[in-house]
Design a protein around this ligand. Structure first.
Ligand SMILES: O=P(O)(O)OC[C@H]1O[C@H](OP(=O)(O)OP(=O)(O)O)[C@H](O)[C@@H]1O
Ligand SMILES: NC(=O)CC[C@H](N)C(=O)O
Ligand SMILES: [Mg+2]
Length: 508
């Protein structure tokens, strides 16, 4: 679930983009990059690692220019490695760089078209490079020496006709400005903001509104599904609906896990949604077991804190921080390998025994995906002396792969796949397990903005909103990206058997 930021400002923007990427770090921990345009040329720094590790002072000093874009990556397609860090770049037409959040479901077909009919070269197996090349081709066929906003919108319309899947993207066109667009289903988020300065208005696009807040930009609104926003280098703002049949069906997993709670997405406060999730869970607990005898409600930090607190309040039970989090360990779920994920849960969370000794505890997490976290946590709670360990998930069982930008490629790796709720309870070792109902989860999000057409809930109900995802496609994703396949790829990379690519890590 990568993070994007782009600014058209009045002075060098790289420091602001750096800050924005730091605020969006929770969306991708694998690689980061910034590209700016300065005096008709690109400047670039991208590499693997966290934002704070990728950019050194000497990089920042060289990233000149008042127009720029940035990206933090969480891979969902293709390999990892510095060559896959974003933004990607093509020299023709004009010189375009692009940063992408999401995943194309027809990238195999598009890759073929790139070589066969568009006569374009792809140097990686990333779907984001495909997206950039489709955009570049669609802009090229406008055949304008100086592209206007109309030409750019026509190119985005071409992208919508050809690309299927989840995509929010920000492109930087040298000498012209930045273009943000969102897929026609609005699966992936993108917001627009502005900041007044003595030299005039500056504009910013970002995956989440929290990045605008922190930089002093005011949220204008969300980019609509299918819409394109073009901000010229001079600072003029143009907007246009470029899709034939746009519908707002955003990914509900943003509300469950991905987004920061202090973000507004499609008019919905993520914080309030998570509060409502906690309240709904409490009601379900009361309906199922009015005589539950829970002594204390304990969240699994970080993401479930808000839901757990609301749940405890609704139940009228004590809320306690029974697990302390090591603040120097990042998010576990978005780490690349299962071994790394398993190890990091124990390094990240440690129980406070007095909150467990002799008690019936209700542990609350936002989601149970592979079961990596809850299995270990339940054991930790028992080792810390809990009498009974109940577990609640603020979302329903995750049973199906995600194909729109979350790395859940294989149903087999999901603990709830082909298991009943009782079987999941047994597999994770809880005394009782409660899942949120899907209807309730949707209501919690919908209450924030009743204008939303619905949500992509495919990981819960296998209903993929783009309508093109069949079992054959799911099998191909499984084959390419299951844990064993990824492990093999990483081993090949470590042994130096992978393609180096055209962006070397030590580039300065
Ligand atoms: O069942 P699993 O496969 O373990 O995945 C689900 C867990 O992973 C996430 O936590 P993560 O540590 O990524 O981030 P957080 O600190 O934001 O909660 C999520 O919040 C759950 O705790
Ligand atoms: N999580 C994402 O948005 C991933 C973007 C792109 N598909 C990649 O793998 O790099
Ligand atoms: Mg968590």
């Amino acid at each position: 679930m990568c993070g994007l930021a782009g600014i058209v400002g009045k002075r060098d923007v790289a420091p602001d983009i750096y800050d924005a990427l730091t605020v969006l770090q929770h969306r991708g921990q694998d690689a980061a990059g910034i590209m700016t345009s300065y005096q008709g040329r690109f400047t670039q720094r991208k590499s693997e690692g966290l934002v704070r590790d990728v950019f050194r002072q000497h990089h920042m000093q060289r990233l000149r220019g008042a127009v720029g874009i940035g990206h933090v990556r969480y891979p969902t397609a293709g390999s990892s490695g510095p060559a896959l860090a974003q933004p990607f770049y093509v020299n023709s037409p004009y010189g375009i760089a692009l940063a992408h959040n999401g995943n194309l479901t027809n990238s195999a077909k598009l890759t073929h078209e790139m070589f066969q009919s568009d006569l374009r070269h792809l140097n990686t197996d990333s779907d984001s490079e495909v997206l950039l090349n489709v955009f570049a081709h669609e802009l090229q066929v406008q055949r304008q020496l100086f592209p206007s906003a109309e030409d750019i919108f026509a190119a985005v319309a071409g992208v919508h006709r050809r690309c299927v899947g989840g995509y929010a993207a920000i492109a930087l066109i040298v000498n012209y400005g930045i273009v943000g667009f969102r897929d026609p289903w609005g699966i992936r988020p993108l917001v627009l903001g502005q900041r007044e300065t003595s030299e005039g208005t500056e504009y910013m696009l970002a995956s989440e509104s929290v990045a605008l807040d922190v930089l002093g930009f005011e949220l204008i609104d969300d980019v609509a599904p299918g819409e394109a926003v073009y901000i010229s280098e001079k600072g003029e703002l143009f907007r246009r609906q470029c899709a034939a049949k746009p519908k707002l069906l955003p990914c509900i997993f943003e509300h469950v896990y991905f987004a920061r709670p202090d973000s507004m997405m499609d008019g919905i406060s993520v914080y309030k949604t998570r509060m409502r999730q906690g309240e709904a869970l409490a009601k379900k607990v009361m309906a199922l077991r009015p005589d539950h005898e829970i002594d204390v409600v304990i969240p699994i930090p970080d993401t479930s804190r808000i839901a757990a607190q609301a749940m405890a309040h609704e139940l009228g039970i004590k809320f306690r921080e029974g697990f302390m989090k090591n603040r120097y360990i990042g998010r576990t779920f978005i780490m690349p390998g299962q071994n790394e994920r398993k190890k990091s849960v124990r390094q990240k969370l440690n129980p406070v025994p007095l909150e467990f000794e002799g008690k019936t505890v209700m542990l609350v997490d936002d989601s149970i995906v592979r079961g990596t976290t809850c299995r270990q946590i339940i054991q930790m709670a028992r080792d810390a002396g809990a009498k009974k360990v109940y577990f609640a998930s603020a979302c329903p069982p995750v049973r199906y792969p995600n194909v729109y930008g979350i790395d859940m490629p294989s149903a087999e790796e999901l603990i709830a796949n082909n298991r009943t709720e009782e079987e999941v309870c047994e597999a994770i070792g809880a005394d009782w397990l409660v899942f949120q109902n899907l209807d309730d989860l949707v209501k919690c999000s919908m209450e924030g903005n009743p204008q939303v057409d619905g949500f992509d809930c495919s990981v819960f109900n296998k209903d993929y909103v783009t309508g093109d995802v069949d079992d054959a496609y799911l099998l191909s994703v499984h084959n390419a990206r299951n844990d064993a396949a990824q492990e093999e790829r990483r081993a090949a990379e470590a042994a130096g058997r992978s393609v180096i690519g055209i962006h070397n890590d030590d580039q300065s």
